[in-house]
Design a protein around this ligand. Structure first.
Ligand SMILES: Cc1ncc(COP(=O)(O)O)c(C=O)c1O
Length: 381
C-alpha cells in the first residue's frame, strides 16, 4: 500500500495501532468496515429482530455478485455459501459418483480438511493416493501420481505450513489432458493473491473467510464450474437451495442447476454481512494490487532472513512459489520460545510443523516487519 495513505490505512485496519499481526494464515483481525457491518447487524437484530430481513437478503445477494470477481469470474450462480472449507470439500467428495477402482490424488502433508474427505472414500473402493511434496518439483510428483483410474486431483494452492504456492496452471493443464477434475482448497490464497479459475482450469475452489479474506469464521465461498457441478449429486438437499426459498409449496423440488444446490438451510447472516464488507474492500483495492503489496512484504521477510546465520527458511526462496507465508527455524531456539519472544514485542505469529510461521497481509506496515526482523535476528545471535 502507498505510504502516503498510511493514515487511512491505520483507520481501515485498527489492529495496526495495537499489534503487529503476522498470523493472517490462522485468523485475521477484522478491518473497520467489517466490524462496522457486523455491529450494525447486531444492533438491527437487538432492536427489531428480523424485520430487516429483506435488507439482509440484499447483502447476501451483493456478496454472491461480488465474490466471483475474486476468481476472475462474473456469474453469481457459480458461488455457493457454505459454513467452512471442510464442508465444501466434503460436498465434492461425497457428491461424485465414485466407482470401485477409481483413485483420487491429493497432498500427503496437506491440512487435514483436504486429506480426510478423500481418505474416507476408501470405504467405497476408491484408492486414496497421497503424494508427498517434499521434493524439488512438487507439481511433477502430483502429476506423476495421476493414472487412468484417477477421477480428481485435490490440492491446497498455498501450503498452510511452509507457504509453498503451487503452479496451478501446470496442474490444471495436466488434469485437463488426463480428463481429471481439479479441486483447489484456496483458503490460504483467496484474498491474498489473485486467482483466475479459467487460467488454471479449476473445476472446484473452496475458501473459508476467516484468514486472508479478513472476515468472520463460519462461512466459506464454494465455486464450481457448471459442467463439474453437474457431476455432483445433491447429497444434502434443503429448502434454501432455491432462488425463491420461501415458496414452500412448489410443485417441483428438483434442485436448481446453480451452485445454490449446495446450500440446504439457513445461512450465517452475521458472517455474510462481514464477508460482504471485506470482499467489497478487497475488490475496491484490486486483487492485483493486494497481491503485489503482499508479495513485497513476503519478499522483505524472505530476503532479510534468508542470509542470517542460524536461520533456516522452510518457505520458498523462489519468488514464483511465494505467497503470504514465511516459515523458519532458528538453530538452537525452540519455536515456543521464539514465539513467546515475539509476543513480548507485540508481534503475533504461529508455530506450524515446529517452524515459526509469519503471515503478514497487504496492509501490514513495512516498519512493523522491520521491527519483527530485528527481534528474530537477535534471537539468532
Ligand atoms: C489449507 C487449509 N484448509 C482448510 C483449513 C480449515 O478450513 P475450515 O475450518 O474452513 O474447514 C485450513 C485452516 O487452517 C487450512 O490451512
Amino acid at each position: 500500500m502507498n505510504p502516503s495513505t498510511s493514515a487511512s490505512v491505520a483507520e481501515l485496519f485498527p489492529v495496526i495501532g495495537r499489534r503487529t499481526w503476522l498470523n493472517h494464515a490462522a485468523i485475521s483481525p477484522w478491518p473497520e468496515p467489517v466490524s462496522k457491518a457486523m455491529q450494525d447487524f447486531v444492533s438491527d437484530n437487538a432492536s427489531q429482530g428480523p424485520l430487516g430481513y429483506g435488507r439482509w437478503l440484499q447483502v447476501e445477494q451483493r456478496l454472491r455478485e461480488l465474490a466471483p470477481s475474486l476468481l476472475g469470474q462474473e456469474n453469481a450462480d457459480d458461488i455457493a455459501l457454505v459454513s467452512n472449507t471442510s464442508t465444501g470439500l466434503n460436498r465434492i467428495a461425497r457428491g461424485l459418483d465414485w466407482q470401485a477402482g477409481d483413485s483420487v490424488v491429493f497432498m500427503a502433508e496437506d491440512f487435514p480438511s483436504n486429506t480426510l474427505p478423500w481418505m474416507a472414500l476408501e470405504r467405497l473402493g476408491v484408492q486414496p493416493r497421497p503424494v508427498s511434496l517434499d521434493t524439488h518439483d512438487p507439481e511433477r510428483s502430483l502429476i506423476a501420481a495421476i493414472g487412468p483410474s484417477t477421477r480428481l486431483l485435490a490440492v491446497s494452492s498455498v501450503h498452510y505450513e511452509n507457504g509453498h504456492r503451487l503452479d496451478l496452471a501446470r496442474l490444471g493443464e495436466a488434469c485437463s489432458r488426463h480428463g481429471v477434475l481439479f479441486c483447489i482448497d484456496a483458503i490460504q490464497h483467496l484474498g491474498a493473491l489473485p486467482l483466475d479459475v479459467d487460467q488454471v482450469q479449476a473445476d472446484f475452489v473452496v475458501a473459508g473467510s476467516h484468514k486472508w479474506l479478513l472476515a468472520p469464521e463460519g462461512l466459506a465461498l464454494f465455486w464450481s464450474r457448471p459442467e463439474a457441478r453437474a457431476l455432483l449429486d445433491v447429497v444434502e438437499p434443503g429448502w434454501r437451495m432455491f432462488p425463491d426459498p420461501f415458496n414452500f409449496s412448489r410443485p417441483d423440488w428438483t434442485p436448481p442447476n446453480s451452485a445454490r444446490r449446495f446450500e440446504p438451510g439457513t445461512l450465517n447472516t452475521a458472517a455474510i454481512h462481514g464477508l460482504e464488507a471485506s470482499v467489497s474492500l478487497l475488490v475496491e483495492q484490486g486483487m492485483d494490487r493486494v497481491g503485489s503489496a503482499l508479495l513485497d512484504r513476503t519478499d522483505l521477510l524472505t530476503e532479510a532472513l534468508e542470509s542470517v546465520p542460524r536461520i533456516w527458511l522452510t518457505s520458498p526462496i523462489a519468488r514464483e512459489h511465494r505467497a503470504g507465508i514465511v516459515s523458519l527455524v532458528i538453530d538452537g531456539v525452540d519455536p515456543e520460545s521464539a514465539l513467546a519472544q515475539l509476543t513480548l514485542h507485540g508481534i503475533h505469529a504461529a508455530i506450524r510443523g515446529r517452524c515459526l510461521r509469519l503471515s503478514p497481509h497487504f496492509y501490514t506496515p513495512m516498519q512493523q516487519l522491520e521491527a519483527a526482523i530485528d527481534v528474530i535476528r537477535k534471537m539468532a545471535e
